[in-house]
Ligand binder design. Structure first.
Ligand code: PGA
Length: 256
């Protein structure tokens, strides 16, 4: 089964509403000649700019993703945003479990799982992030950590269509450090995650779910990463903040 490449730009806590609109209009223009059946792209602005991004990207194949979500439908949860609110703002994807959320905001495998389930229930596509720390890798437990995060994060998710789930493998030591995992390191772990998808769901899911790589992806290294069988795209932080750089990464992912 061929998997359409997907590039998601995770803006983190950057860009105001006018900056978002300018970026998205520029990106839409730049991508106008591309075939949305050959590649998928999404930007993940802060909550405040989601709706502006959706508006600016209307009529293009580029989607909007939220960086986080809360799992309840509504209620007294000051500061939180529900899946329905994200759908209302024009999102197609929702990121769950980014390592910065795990590190600074006490996300656990359980909360990541609940958020993913809530996104699916609302018809949104979760982008579930996982990946080992440097200490895990140096201590020889990278695969054990990835297995736990995968099994716990995906537990009981009601998804049968492989296009409705995305995984992002992001080794924590490669995020924002300029130190990209080698294509072989990414491939090795991502093939392992795909094998787990077969055990957790089905072979159809294992074959069809897109597994993105994340961690210091740039226009210069997207080609070699995409050359790997189990790398189906990228979750891009720093290099997604500049339209030209992000557009180059999207184009660079199409070759497969
Ligand atoms: P980076 O971030 O591309 O800046 O390393 C990736 C991410 O955090 O998703």
């Amino acid at each position: 089964m061929s998997r359409t490449p997907l590039i998601v730009g995770n803006w983190k806590m950057f860009k105001t509403i006018p900056e978002t609109t300018a970026f998205c209009l520029g990106l839409k223009e730049d991508m106008a000649g591309l075939d949305g059946k050959k590649v998928g792209a999404a930007v993940a602005p802060p909550f405040t700019a989601l709706s502006a991004a959706a508006q600016a990207l209307r009529g293009s194949f580029i989607s909007v993703a939220a960086q986080d979500v809360f799992w309840a439908e509504s209620g007294a949860y000051t500061g939180e945003v529900s899946p329905k609110m994200l759908a209302d703002a024009g999102c197609r994807f929702g990121i769950s479990g980014h390592s910065e959320r795990r590190q600074y905001f006490h996300e656990t495998d359980d909360s990541v799982n609940k958020k993913a389930a809530a996104l699916i229930k609302e018809g949104l596509i979760p982008v579930i992030c996982l990946g080992e720390t440097l200490a895990d890798r140096q201590g020889g437990s990278a695969f054990a950590v990835v297995e736990r995060q995968t099994r716990e994060g995906l537990k009981g998710l009601a998804v049968k269509d492989p296009e409705r789930l995305v995984i992002a493998y992001e080794p924590v030591w490669a995020i924002g450090t300029g130190q990209t995992a080698t294509p072989n390191q990414a491939q090795e772990v991502q093939a392992f995650i795909r094998k787990l998808l077969g055990e957790i769901f089905s072979s159809t899911m294992a074959q069809g779910v897109r597994i993105l790589y994340g961690g210091s992806v740039k226009p210069e290294n997207i080609g070699e990463l995409m050359a790997m069988n189990d790398v189906d795209g990228a979750l891009v932080g720093g290099a997604s903040l500049d339209v030209k750089s992000f557009a180059k990464i999207v184009r660079g992912s199409i070759s497969r």
